[in-house]
Design a protein. Structure first.
Length: 252
């Protein structure tokens, strides 16, 4: 019975992490697949981690409290890994707004949010890079390491966790501006030119005339700096392992 409770609590933490983690938490992944992966990884972790120091009480109150703690631990651990992807999606929103594509919003069923085409392309490019650098392996390794630093039934609501959460959430805006800055600066010069033309030739509908030019210029710049974007996203995602360690230490 004690082993069953341990496997159950490990499964709850892994399931909570899978719900909010990148790739694994994608809504396109069937629920049964997520549940099977959670059970499979939980059983493997149960066979590998040291459970001799874990105190288990076979009472309803202990099980309910421990289950809440484990689901909260998994949700926080998985959610904080999404900040880079949110930054890429936010950068795409900046770029699409300057290109005049803000009106052509499209619904992303995987994330449950609306965004423009540029943001969706950058977002799925980041997901592809994440898979190519074996980022999903880092996520599973982080889940395994979390049981060493955060024993089952431990509380994670610490001041260190709130500090790390604030730091990573602030980086979303910084990374988004860095990714979108080349196109933002270029279109700022285009907007200045539009203002000058509008003052010199008031009869000319400048914004309607230059709209196709802005869209074409935007796609041309995106195509030219696409390798740089892939390189930047790759470096950001490669830092996942260090971020996982920092997050888990803050939670412990």
């Amino acid at each position: 019975m004690t082993d069953f409770v341990l496997v159950l609590l490990i499964t709850i933490r892994i399931t909570g992490a899978f719900i909010s983690a990148p790739i694994f938490g994608n809504k396109a992944l069937p629920v049964l697949v997520k549940l099977f992966l959670s059970l499979f990884i939980a059983y493997l972790l149960f066979l590998t981690i040291d459970t001799s120091n874990i105190q288990i009480e076979l009472s309803l109150w202990f099980l309910v409290v421990s289950a809440i703690k484990e689901i909260l631990t998994g949700l926080v651990l998985g959610f904080m890994l999404n900040f880079v992807f949110y930054a890429v999606l936010y950068a795409g929103a900046f770029i699409g707004f300057d290109m005049g594509l803000a009106i052509s919003n499209m619904f992303d069923p995987a994330e449950g949010v609306s965004g423009n085409a540029v943001g969706e392309v950058l977002y799925f490019t980041a997901l592809l890079v994440f898979i190519l650098i074996n980022g999903h392996h880092y996520v599973i390794e982080g889940f395994s390491f979390s049981f060493l630093a955060i024993p089952i039934g431990s509380s994670i609501l610490t001041q260190s966790l709130s500090d790390v959460l604030i730091k990573y959430s602030a980086q979303v805006f910084v990374i988004a501006l860095k990714i979108a800055s080349p196109i933002i600066v270029s279109f700022f010069l285009v907007h200045i030119a539009e203002g000058i033309i509008a003052r010199v030739i008031p009869q000319m509908q400048v914004f309607f005339v230059t709209q196709p030019l802005k869209i074409g210029l935007g796609f041309l710049m995106l195509a030219s700096i696409a390798p740089i974007y892939v390189y930047v996203v790759k470096n950001l995602l490669k830092n996942y392992e260090n971020q996982l360690v920092e997050i888990i230490r803050a939670m412990s």
